[in-house]
Design a protein around this ligand. Structure first.
Ligand code: HEC
Ligand code: HEC
Ligand code: HEC
Length: 322
């Protein structure tokens, strides 16, 4: 695997995110409904039924960190960048019911942009032939320091060596176009903002609230796949001073048994999420808008049709296992 995570190039993302700045409620709809008629994530008040004064108290309070319940971090992320004037404008939009004409237009444009954007092809920009031609070191006889390494400058130069600026501007869950998989059965990258969702802790994993298979459909989210409810590890016990895997002694004292005899893909279906999958962000990476430091020449094999947007690992797991 040549790369585990691909960062995004500018174009498509900027076009989509421009719709979410300032006093717009487009980014709220995924959780609160188009007209704030839903309980966001099953816990918030129905905001359209709140008074304008209460909405102002809530939004300003989330921003100041003085208001909210167990999931207030999510809202803190939503309002952090809003000015008091933005907040007032948003309260006005909410209380205008159907939304002001401009708001409806923005929301519709946002929904249309998401639908039109379908799935973002992450390979197009990173593999830009011009950049590869300039930087593909494997094909060059001579390289100078402006190409070599990540700093793109002489080793004696200490100015201007800061990494490129990173812009975290992904839309909220529910309004984010998904990314094509990087290769067949790659963990999909997180297409939406993770403001307020990370870090995952022992007592707080909000990813489950939207992605567990029983709720995912109603949230419009991809359900956590069956592989994550499966324990692929061999049962390992320590018995009479020996390590025993799947009933076979693999040894601690004396000879090490033949580990290759153990069928690792012995599947144990669980009725709960396998522990090793709990820390979602260990494998699924949120995305920022930043140029990659080096041109990327990776081309996935066999990434066609459905495999661009879905995994089939559960069916392929035993391929080649006798
Ligand atoms: C990722 C989902 C999500 C998004 C997007 C979101 N909210 Fe919320 N919102 C919530 C949750 C969850 C709560 C309850 C949080 C808590 O525990 O206090 C909430 C609470 C609120 C409340 C207070 C209601 C109460 O129960 O006291 C208001 C007002 C509100 N949101 C407005 C907005 C606005 C305006 C936006 C868009 C700028 C927005 N929200 C975007 C999830 C979301
Ligand atoms: C408020 C609900 C919500 C929460 C919370 C949430 N997601 Fe999502 N997630 C979605 C939705 C909806 C989509 C589909 C894209 C969209 O519409 O934004 C999605 C898409 C994804 C995808 C892409 C799946 C694909 O098929 O390409 C990944 C990966 C993902 N989320 C991971 C996470 C992780 C990890 C967390 C916790 C840090 C998380 N999500 C929290 C709703 C949520
Ligand atoms: C150990 C790495 C790892 C962890 C931890 C992990 N995943 Fe995954 N995830 C993967 C891989 C690899 C795939 C693609 C192959 C597959 O379907 O298993 C995947 C696939 C997915 C998919 C796409 C399923 C589809 O139908 O295409 C979703 C959604 C998802 N994971 C959500 C989550 C969430 C939510 C968590 C946290 C509760 C999580 N994952 C934890 C590695 C991981």
């Amino acid at each position: 695997m040549k790369r585990t995570m691909k960062l995004l190039a500018a174009g498509s993302i900027l076009a989509a995110s421009a719709l979410y700045g300032g006093a717009s409620t487009a980014a709220c709809a995924g959780c609160h409904g188009q007209h704030f008629e839903k309980k966001a994530m099953g816990v918030s008040k129905i905001v359209k039924d709140m008074s304008k004064a209460d909405i102002l108290v809530a939004l300003k309070g989330y921003k100041a960190g003085t208001y909210g319940g167990a999931m207030k971090q999510i809202m803190q992320g939503q309002v952090k960048a809003l000015s008091d004037a933005d907040i007032k404008a948003i309260a006005d939009i909410i209380k205008s019911g159907a939304g002001t004409p401009t708001n409806v237009a923005t929301a519709n444009a946002a929904a249309a942009a998401v639908a039109a954007a379908k799935v973002i092809d992450i390979n197009a920009k990173v593999c830009d032939p011009k950049r590869i031609q300039k930087e593909d070191l494997g094909n060059k006889k001579e390289v100078d320091e402006t190409t070599l390494g990540l700093r793109k400058t002489s080793l004696f130069q200490e100015d201007n060596v800061a990494p490129p600026a990173v812009k975290n501007d992904r839309p909220a869950p529910g309004s984010a176009p998904r990314f094509e998989r990087a290769y067949v059965n790659a963990p999909p990258m997180i297409p939406h903002s993770v403001e307020g969702l990370l870090p995952i802790t022992k007592d707080n994993n909000q990813c489950l609230g939207c992605h567990m298979p029983d709720v995912a459909k109603s949230m419009g989210a991809t359900p956590i796949p069956a592989t994550h409810f499966t324990n692929y590890r061999p049962t390992t016990v320590y018995k009479n001073g020996e390590l025993v895997k799947e009933g076979k002694v693999v040894g601690l004292k004396g000879d090490i048994g033949n580990v290759g005899d153990i069928k690792l893909a012995k599947v144990k279906k669980l009725n709960h999420l396998y522990q090793g999958r709990y820390n979602c962000s260990q494998c699924h990476a949120p995305q920022a808008n930043v140029e990659t430091a080096v041109a990327n020449t990776f081309k996935p094999d066999g990434l066609t049709g459905d495999l661009k947007t879905h995994s089939n690992l559960i069916d392929m797991m035993d391929d080649g296992v006798k």
